[in-house]
Design a protein. Structure first.
Length: 150
């Protein structure tokens, strides 16, 4: 879905209805999965609260800090509960979490900084890398969250 968004000119200054609908659908999927994995952690004593995690994602400017924090919080909470409860599940690797956080932060910096003026094609590359890394990271989070529920 994100590939269609990018191929349709997903980072242009005049977005079409299709591009807007695709971006909105991608955000809904992201927030659904954030809620899902944190809700499972909450049932087993983790934090932050799943609803609070989603609500803070919608606060302008705070979300630039909050979303990467959620990735790190998921890794930390999952690994902590895994060790404390002796579940013997594979740990969430730190390098994978950092790999998911870095493109998100680069995308935020590229939007606000002079990088866009010097490298106009970077937008499309970063716009493709971010959903791919978030998709891989999200899949790993969901797999581990469903392992907890067995």
């Amino acid at each position: 879905m994100m590939l269609l968004f990018i191929l349709a000119g997903g980072t242009s200054k005049n977005p079409t209805n299709f591009m807007m609908a695709t971006a909105f659908a991608a955000a809904l999927f992201l927030f659904r999965y954030i809620y899902y994995v944190f809700e499972i952690l909450n049932r087993h004593g983790g934090s932050p609260n799943a609803i609070l995690a989603i609500v803070l994602c919608w606060i302008p400017y705070l979300n630039y800090l909050w979303i990467p924090f959620l990735f790190w919080a998921w890794k930390s909470e999952f690994n902590s509960l895994n060790a404390k409860n002796e579940w013997r599940l594979p740990e969430m690797p730190t390098w994978v979490t950092i790999t998911a956080i870095v493109p998100f932060v680069v995308d935020v910096i590229a939007e606000a900084g002079p990088l866009r003026a010097h490298f106009p094609t970077v937008d499309r590359v970063v716009a493709l890398i971010v959903p791919v890394t978030l998709g891989i990271y999200g899949h790993m989070c969901i797999r581990r969250a469903t392992m907890i529920d067995y």
